[in-house]
Design a binder for this molecule. Structure first.
Ligand SMILES: [Zn+2]
Length: 522
């Protein structure tokens, strides 16, 4: 048979694939030139070739091998028919069309006939094979896998963010998977030795020089590579079962003696020993009060009233559902300074501090809930604005020495490290995640996510602490919701569930912490 049109432009990638497969010792053997077929618990790798214009093609007979599909070519090599049970599809040389039970379906690129092989676009496999086989067929580009039937593959979602001066990378898995962590020169690898995983990277730009980059490189062990920055000192790993999660905390090197930052702790401050007894006392802080009205909705709703209503309902939920002891920083319309609010929590020796607020934005279309924990640097411009409107974290002296709003650098970091909240940031971030997840699920608002900003009201809290912006009082629809008892109760129940999940995970973490030290390092 002669080469089909376009045959000359086919770049055979078998050689690359072969090289990668023989380098079996390397965890990093990504094989971009093959795809994985996952059918009825069987895993096969099939080599792909590159067609014209970067289209990735695969031999259809190899994809359906073992599935009971028969393939016949017409004598002239212009068409091929695939048959399964009584169903039939046909593909045509040089055409981006297939005939599926008499209907024409468009493919993403022309079919190529080369050396007796029918090559079809990888991203069109599902639309060809699903009607033929009568089962669900799905192409997952990120995992490079074609799934037949209801074969589930675990999704691993990686998120990275800064907590104080440390960097945290979290691997959330949709089901229990093994995580294997290796520290090598200049990088940490995390392998997930399952047949195949679906990686989702939610990468924020990593500043601070501790962690530079996170990549999924795949390979047989589904490897993620975390490239370390110059300031990296050591990594601590925490694994938890429910939900399945791996948390890596990357801590920075101590600054050289004599620099202004030398007073900062060499590593992130050691988190207080986890107390297996869990959470007993929670202080809820209804934002604003008295002459401090907070934000105001167009319909006249006041933030200070909403926060008190939700705080009271949250107290009831935490007391009734979780048996916790709960105090409010104010139980009436009363003005309290930001510093006094955390002082109250500290006096009660609270295990958690939750400050309740309602958001406002000049953009009336802004909606959704946000959960914050403290940082010396806002995670984005919007967070900075929110922190500003709720009262900035900086004591006047700190603001002066940090040189204004742009001064999110060393001096300010140093000041915040001296503050009570610094040693609770890890726990605060975990609490924030749980609360945010429950809140987003309950309110059906888009997930605005966990954020960080320099909120003054959190600085003095000597316990895990979060600030919740329930919804936007500036948005007319959300203002209406915020005024409703039903909505307030739903929000309170969600916040309580978040606290409950955090509490459970906290108990599990007590005792499951491992420390990986830097080889040859301190
Ligand atoms: Zn507020």
């Amino acid at each position: 048979m002669s080469l089909a049109n376009g045959g000359r432009s086919i770049l055979v990638r078998r050689l690359i694939a072969a090289t990668l497969l023989t380098g079996g010792t390397s965890l990093l053997a990504a094989a971009p030139s093959s795809i994985v077929i996952l059918a009825e618990g069987q895993r096969r790798e099939v080599v792909t070739v590159q067609g014209r214009g970067d289209v990735e093609l695969v031999a259809i007979d190899q994809v359906v091998s073992g599935l009971g599909v028969s393939l016949t070519s017409d004598p002239g090599g212009t068409a091929a028919t695939l048959t399964f049970q009584k169903r039939e599809i046909a593909v045509y040389k040089g055409k981006s069309l297939a005939s599926v039970g008499g209907d024409l379906r468009l493919l993403s690129a022309p079919v190529v006939y080369d050396h007796g092989k029918w090559l079809v676009p990888v991203d069109s496999l599902a639309r060809l094979l699903q009607p033929l086989l009568g089962i669900k067929v799905e192409w997952r580009p990120s995992a490079r896998v074609v799934l037949f039937g209801n074969t589930g593959i675990p999704r691993v979602t990686v998120s990275a963010f800064l907590t104080g001066d440390a960097a945290r990378v979290v691997f959330d898995a949709s089901e229990k998977v093994p995580f294997r962590i290796h520290q090598e020169e200049g990088r940490v690898t995390v392998a997930v030795p399952r047949d195949v995983v679906d990686p989702v990277l939610q990468q924020e730009r990593m500043t601070g020089g501790i962690v530079e980059q996170i990549q999924f490189v795949g390979g047989r062990e589904n490897v993620f590579v975390i490239t370390l920055g110059k300031r990296f000192q050591q990594v601590k790993a925490f694994e938890q079962e429910q939900p399945p999660r791996l948390v890596l905390d990357f801590q920075p090197i101590a600054p050289a003696a004599g620099t202004p930052a030398a007073r900062a702790p060499a590593q992130a401050p050691r988190a207080p020993a986890l107390d297996a007894a869990g959470i007993r006392t929670v202080v809820i802080d209804p934002g604003h009060g008295g002459n401090d009205l907070g934000a105001q909705g167009k319909g006249g709703l006041l933030e200070k009233d909403v926060t008190l209503g939700i705080a009271r309902r949250l107290r009831a939920a935490l007391t009734n559902n979780l048996g916790l002891q709960v105090f409010l920083t104010r139980d009436r319309d009363q003005e309290i300074s930001l510093d006094d609010r955390t002082a109250i929590a500290n006096n009660y020796k609270a295990d958690l501090f939750i400050s309740i607020h309602a958001n406002a934005s000049r953009a009336r279309s802004a909606t959704g809930s946000e959960v914050y924990f403290l940082s010396y640097q806002a995670s984005d411009e919007e967070s900075r604005r929110v922190a500003q409107s709720e009262g900035l974290a900086l004591p006047p002296s700190a603001a002066a020495s940090a040189g204004g709003a742009g001064g999110a650098g060393g001096d300010l970091a140093l000041i915040l490290w001296d503050m009570a909240q610094a040693e609770h940031l890890e726990e605060s971030s975990l609490l924030a995640m749980r609360v945010q997840e429950e809140l987003a699920a309950a309110t059906g608002t888009d997930r605005r996510g966990v954020k960080q900003a320099p909120f003054r009201v959190l600085v003095g809290a000597a316990m895990p602490a979060v600030l919740v912006e329930i919804a936007f009082i500036s948005n007319p629809e959300e203002e209406k919701l915020l005024a409703q008892d039903v909505f307030q109760a739903r929000v309170a129940a969600a916040l309580a569930r978040g606290v409950g999940r955090y509490d459970q995970e906290y108990a599990q973490r007590a005792g499951s912490a491992v420390t990986l030290s830097r080889p040859g390092g301190q």
